[in-house]
Write a protein that binds this ligand. Sequence first.
Ligand code: AP5
Length: 221
Amino acid sequence: MRLVLLGPPGAGKGTQAKELSKRHGLVHVATGDIFRWNVKHETELGKIAQSYMEKGDLVPDDVVVRMVVERLERIEGGFILDGFPRTVPQAVALEENLEKLERPLTAAVYFHIEEEIAVKRISGRRSCSNCGTPYNVEFDPPRVEGVCDVCGGELVQRADDREETVRRRFEVYEQSTTPLRHFYAERDLLREIDADGEGEEVARRLEDSLDLPARSAAPGE
Ligand code: AP5
């Protein structure tokens, strides 16, 4: 299965992609995570990406496309693209490259969420500065405020999760990414889900939209 997840910031794409990739043995490719890794490690790519990310703008298409295509060429099985494509030129480049690899997309799933709910989720998002474990102060808090349950590291907020940058990310999303719904609908690849609700419920809707077998409780659940 080769998937694209689409939706505004805070829709839960990353959360669901992690879960779905674990359950179905898919490789999770998150362009935002790759950029953040490169920014943290001060690579050339990180230096380019940082100036755009901190303003809430998109990294230029040619930079992102090159990075994703290199990854895709190394993946043998199924994959989930989370945060890519984000513009029509990126979607066209993806389509052309997957055609060359003879591995077309299975589906593009659009996550519907109201802006206020997404903003509430984003403003509560934190992660461990040491091991990267994600938390949400509202929906998934650590046992001790500001401290990672796993390693005791300090919890930090993403630089682009500040309110003014989140607003800019929404604006950019409306202008650049919304047209992708039409792009994938025309190709009969679009699935749409309601991304509001408990994580488990959203996961069920996502799997239903992809005609995956009904979720059964994993051992220990
Ligand atoms: P990126 O990291 O992709 O950010 P984004 O798309 O804005 O996505 P988010 O991570 O904010 O939201 P999400 O939908 O993944 O939600 P999540 O699961 O984390 O990109 C960052 C930047 O990188 C971009 O602004 C751009 O500059 C650059 N970039 C990346 N890709 C690019 C591209 N293709 N082209 C150009 N530039 C690119 O959830 C959010 C929070 O909500 C979490 O705290 C989570 O715990 C919580 N949550 C999730 N689901 C639920 C639920 N059901 N109930 C309650 N809480 C929930």
